[in-house]
Write a protein that binds this ligand. Structure first.
Ligand code: OGA
Ligand code: ZN
Length: 376
């Protein structure tokens, strides 16, 4: 956006933009963000904020091509790009290609309409990778098909995004019916809707479940948008919603080699009140330890959310086929499966995780490649 006029005050530069809106930039902010304070290669800040006066004085401002030349009373001069001022207006969030607004879904999300993308295309070109990632971020779930019939094929698609998240189950994990399981997923029993590893300080972000074989009777997959269920609860029963946001509950996983625990609420909001995370896993919930006075109300709230996880109104069901991989935001979309009968056929999923930070970083890099002038 181009700058129309500006007004210089000792403690503020007031810019009026071509669209007649105006922005106040405090002088201390202008000095803190002077491009001369950055390392020329890394663009990291070298400036020592404490070396500045707490109230530096702005003396003059002059437009010079794409820069505003700012002079200060202590003799310092800044060449401040207008583009930087336009992109970083105090009080307004900076545009972010990694921030994709969730589009909530309920039962209208069916196997026929869930976003589908081809592994061949994702592996071959950046626009296909980006289109898949944008769909996955928006809906919290997608299917990748045409995967090779190799155990590592799903992981290779996940690594197009970034580093895998290693957990106590390894960098990748085999979901098969095992003789000595340390996790219900490694049996043939039904798994009600849940998020994985809510017992971790930061639960894994995106989850990838590559289906190598699904020939047993049963073993269908189910999903539900945890954000949609939370928003509906917020409308229907605000007090229950508040308890699920405010009261931390224990989550715990333990076996012979690990005992990993946290106390966190079921619903996490950001500072603006938007739902940003769901932790829900009936198997890994520890023994509730909130004060007994609030326990009955808490149980009512917890059961209200749990009832939604059983309500077909929210459910997406599908049966994965060999060569397909389901990908979902494990901190938003709950997943589960029907029980299966291992005597009727083989079922084998290969799983891994990539954290949200890796995911949003890749989205920003893909946006930067498509539009190099927006690199900053
Ligand atoms: C898991 C899981 C689902 C399935 O491994 O965490 O939930 O379909 N698996 O087996
Ligand atoms: Zn799971």
């Amino acid at each position: 956006m181009t700058m129309a006029t500006f007004l210089v005050r000792a403690d503020t530069l007031v810019v009026t933009w071509a669209d007649t809106t105006s922005t106040s930039f405090p002088t201390i902010w202008l000095r803190d963000n002077c491009p001369s304070g950055l390392h020329p290669q890394t663009h990291e800040r070298l400036l020592d904020l404490l070396a500045l006066d707490v109230s530096p004085v702005l003396s003059s401002a002059q437009l010079d091509g794409g820069n505003v030349v700012l002079r200060y009373e202590d003799g310092h001069t800044s060449h401040m790009p207008v583009a930087l001022l336009s992109a970083h207006r105090p009080g307004h969030p900076t545009a972010d290609a990694g921030a994709i607004l969730p589009q909530l879904w309920r039962a209208e999300m069916t196997a026929a309409v869930v976003p589908r993308h081809s592994a061949t295309a994702i592996l071959a070109d950046a626009p296909s990778l980006k289109a898949w990632m944008q769909d996955t971020a928006k809906f919290g779930v997608s299917i990748v098909d045409h995967l090779d019939d190799r155990t590592s094929a799903g992981m290779e698609v996940a690594q197009r995004i970034g580093f895998l998240r290693e957990t106590n189950f390894g960098s990748t994990f085999e979901v098969i019916n095992k003789p000595d399981p340390n996790n219900l997923a490694y049996t043939s029993v039904a798994l009600p809707l849940h998020t994985d590893l809510p017992n971790q300080e930061v639960p894994p972000g995106y989850q990838f479940l590559h289906c190598l074989a699904n020939e047993a009777t049963g073993g269908g997959s189910l999903f539900a948008d945890g954000f949609a269920m939370a928003e509906d609860l917020r409308n229907e029963d605000p007090e229950a919603f508040r308890l699920l946001c405010d009261v931390p509950v224990p989550f715990r996983f333990h076996d012979g080699t690990a005992d990993i625990r946290v106390h966190e609420p079921v619903i996490t909001l950001d500072r603006s009140g938007r739902v940003v995370e769901i932790r829900f896993n009936a198997h890994l919930a520890g023994i509730f330890d909130m004060p007994s006075e609030i326990m009955p109300d808490y149980y009512r709230a917890y059961r209200a959310y749990m009832a939604k996880t059983r309500d077909p109104e929210y459910r997406l069901t599908l049966k994965l086929k060999g060569g397909e991989m389901v990908v979902f935001d494990n901190r938003r979309v709950l997943h589960g499966r029907d029980s299966f009968d291992p005597s009727t056929g083989y079922r084998h999923l290969h799983g891994c995780y990539v954290d949200r930070g890796e995911f949003t970083s890749r989205l920003r890099l893909l946006a930067r490649d498509a539009n190099p002038s927006k690199a900053a």
